[in-house]
Design a protein around this ligand. Structure first.
Ligand SMILES: NC(=O)C1=CN([C@@H]2O[C@H](COP(=O)(O)OP(=O)(O)OC[C@H]3O[C@@H](n4cnc5c(N)ncnc54)[C@H](OP(=O)(O)O)[C@@H]3O)[C@@H](O)[C@H]2O)C=CC1
Ligand SMILES: O=C1OC[C@@H](O)[C@H](O)[C@H]1O
Length: 372
């Protein structure tokens, strides 16, 4: 038994806001015994779930995920008012994150909010300011950052194992031609729900660009890059093909996303992230949001040494690591997590704002609104 097992685990009581697909994945992950991933210092309790549709939906959700005895609510307002809930997980469409996170913070709850944090950077800044004023924990749920694989890759880069990184190319393209995959009302392509591939999928290649080229820098010397980019717009007006170019003084990151082509067309684990240094390259196998394999190529040319490492997923889908990180912050009285700092969420939101501005993609005023 590990030494840490003797210390009582810190228990965190979660309230799930919105009973859709990712809420189900996340809640099931909360219910996985943390010991199965070597975690002994925190534990998760699914205290309650709230649905804006109906009480029955919340009850069915809880029964389906395996928490039938947890408290069900037929509104988000009732959920955030539950005194037995410590932290709210916001799992609604992009368009609703700002209002839902505000609701939870104003009710005095800590918040983990699904990606992208909000529709635009100004909304994120308002949430950050409010959370700080109320001394509440706040985090964007970019689960990939918390994977042991991501931590290892950041370490390789920091230790200079591939020399100076001169370029990161990252892609998340899923062949889901919207004409055949999504009704125009679906959250992926519906402007009223802040759809489009940049906010939904592009956030992952951007995550790779930033967690390598920005996050690995000492905090005090992190600088936002200059941003340019381009988009194709689908018939509903949201993007279905986007490129973001992030330029720092001595390195460049390119993040791409597309709803028609595939990063990994023959499903052989094609690299979705290429971290290219003066002394080699790190390749992360598709998919950028849930990778399990990394290849490090040391050297360049015939002498190069190639080594692949697998990072098998422990029981669960993989969103549990971000939950563990949030729980530790609550235990330690920290208001944000070092792996997904609030300032970095803002910088990435600003990059997405910039490309939307260049390409003329603006969502309806009601959801771009800063009104609280
Ligand atoms: N981390 C990850 O891997 C993933 C993250 N996501 C993110 O999670 C969020 C939700 O995505 P997903 O779970 O796929 O979406 P779903 O459509 O499956 O679920 C969203 C839920 O939000 C609630 N909701 C509130 N208002 C609306 C509205 N106007 N229209 C539709 N739903 C509404 C509904 O729950 P109720 O009726 O109970 O209130 C609905 O079930 C997005 O931000 C997305 O980017 C999505 C997939 C994977
Ligand atoms: O976050 C996500 O990751 C996986 C995708 O399939 C999904 O659309 C997206 O929201």
């Amino acid at each position: 038994m590990p030494l840490t097992a003797r210390v009582e685990a810190h228990k965190v009581r979660w309230g799930i806001l919105g009973c859709g697909w990712i809420a189900s994945v996340f809640t099931k992950d909360l219910l996985v015994d943390p010991a199965t991933r070597g975690v002994y210092d925190v534990q998760h309790i699914v205290q309650a779930a709230g649905s804006s549709s109906s009480l029955d939906k919340a009850k069915e959700f809880l029964a389906d995920v395996g928490a039938p005895d947890s408290r069900a609510y037929g509104s988000y307002g009732e959920l955030v008012a539950d005194p037995n809930v410590d932290i709210i997980y916001v799992a609604t469409p992009h368009s609703h994150h700002f209002a839902n996170a505000l609701l939870a913070l104003n009710a005095g709850k800590h918040v983990v909010c699904e990606k992208p944090f909000t529709v635009n950077a100004e909304q994120t800044k308002i949430l950050v300011k409010l959370a700080r004023a109320k001394k509440l924990f706040l985090m964007e749920a970019v689960w990939t950052r918390f994977f042991p694989l991501s931590i290892a890759v950041r370490e390789y880069v920091k230790r200079g194992q591939i020399g100076a990184v001169k370029r990161v190319i990252a892609d998340l393209s899923l062949p889901q031609a919207p004409e055949t995959h999504f009704a125009d009302s679906h959250r992926m392509v519906n402007p009223d729900l802040a759809g489009g591939c940049l906010l939904d999928l592009g956030l992952y290649p951007l995550t790779w660009v930033y967690q390598i080229l920005y996050h690995t820098q000492p905090e005090e010397s992190r600088k936002a890059p200059s941003i340019t980019g381009s988009m194709n717009l689908y018939r509903t007006g949201v993007d279905d093909n986007t490129v973001v170019v992030c330029t720092w003084p001595d390195t460049i990151g390119i993040a791409t996303t597309n709803l028609y082509v595939a990063t990994d067309p023959s499903a052989i684990g094609t690299p979705c992230v290429k971290i290219q240094g003066t002394g080699g390259e790190i390749q992360v196998a598709h998919p950028a949001y849930r990778p399990t394999k990394v290849t490090v190529i040391r050297g360049i040319g015939p002498e190069a040494v190639t080594e692949s490492s697998e990072f098998p997923m422990p029981p669960g889908h993989g969103t549990h690591w971000e939950a563990d990180a949030a729980a530790r912050c609550l235990r330690d009285g920290k208001l944000e997590d070092d792996m997904m700092p609030l300032e970095e969420s803002i910088v990435i939101m600003e990059a997405m704002d910039k490309v939307r501005e260049i390409s003329g993609l603006r969502y309806p005023e009601s959801i771009e609104s800063l009104e609280q």
